[in-house]
Write a protein that binds this ligand. Sequence first.
Ligand code: NAD
Length: 476
Amino acid sequence: MALRFEPALESIAAAPIAAHYDHFIDGAWTQSTGGERFATIDPANETELSRVACGTGEDIARAVAAARTATSTWGRMPGRERAIYLYRIARAITERSREFAVLETRDGGKPIAESRDFDIPTAAAHFFYYAGWADKLAYALPGTAAPAPLGVVGAIVPWNFPLLMAAWKIAPALACGNTIVLKPAETTPLTALRLADVIADAGLPAGTVNIVTGDGATGAALVAAEVDKIAFTGSTAVGKGIARAIAGTKKRATLELGGKAANIVFADAARDEAIDGIVNAIYFNQGHVCCAGSRLLVEERAHDDIVARLTERLRTLRLGQPLDKNTDIGAINSREQYDRIVALVQSGIDDGATLVQAPCAIPERGFFYPPSFFTGAAPTQRIVREEIFGPVLTILTFRTAAEAIEKANATPYGLSAGVWTSDGAKARFVAARLRAGVVWCNTFNRFDASAAFGGYRESGYGREGGPSGLHGYLSA
Ligand code: NAD
């Protein structure tokens, strides 16, 4: 059983939230032309945190026009000067990290330990990293005399890593001399809006970064607007729609989409480490992770032992209040996502797979789902093919490395994969044959600003992170 810990709630005093927010356009808080607002709620208790502006097509047009005007200052500024601003943003996020972490956790439901130790420091790291590139862009595109910015970037991000996904786009876009209009996800706008304060304090020229809140219609308006590039992270369905919408235009795009990653565990893997790796791969951020190791492929002779150990390990995971520093599993981001998880799990049960769930108490209010896994699933079932985007793992078996590779690649996605084995040659052999943008060996869900991340096939195209992350923001 899980050890009992006294609650250790992070204080919310560090992160005051206003009753309502407007858009951040041309360096100023700007009311929506439509005048409508929508609520953003705390998914851990279903209470309203704030009301944010619902962006109209006109709001988007104003933001894009401001960004276009700002290209003449920001885009022409020497790289070494742009770097100064990026370093300022990075430092300010670091200095205000507790405030950002509390906001991220309240708005999105993720455990404070994750926002504090992963989301916010990694977001700051991307600004630090790309600040260093701002005056070295010629080295990012070797053979190009003077790489130039594209102009105005429209960035659309999802709700699972709100500030981090925004940083993945804003930092390289600005380093390259582009200006930007960001559309945060509708359920998690608060850290992006707080970033607007940081950007204003850092003294960036007005219009360099604009933030327009809203839903899918606001995102679609941004895609249709006079932008030079769309940087999108979100679902494959919406990503395909964006690709269709910009086909035949000069707009560029990077699409970071969904995944259904295979996490392959060979019988010779260090078992305790593999169990922790499996837990991290699927239960990190309640499984709201595009690259989550949601299909566990276990070598047949290790299956029963791995299942027994995983069942035991689930008993030690602490599900509860996201603001509690002891919490491992926080709240599901929204009721809509909760309902989606419930429906997909029901499909697995109906299809005859066996469900195992952690025996944890579920709080009465809020959207909480216990860490779960399925055994006995067949490759044709929805729980094997579709992205559940929740704390639900599906376990399959294999007998040979060739079978593991075949099953791992039997998906339209190709974002990430994992390989667990004590045999280095086998790890290299298998990793080289997996059709995925990132393959982790004897670890999972590791990120670094200097490392490229991105997908194959229906997981999208383009890379974020590292020098490759600059390519999508420069024209040769
Ligand atoms: P989503 O596609 O529903 O929404 C993502 C963003 O797109 C939101 O801001 C939303 O408002 C906006 N949007 C919705 N409809 C739009 C439209 N027609 N035109 C333009 N914008 C529109 O995705 P989600 O449910 O918020 O996020 C979860 C998905 O994101 C999962 O599939 C996950 O795998 C994926 N994801 C991918 C990565 C990656 O790096 N590949 C990272 C995180 C999440």
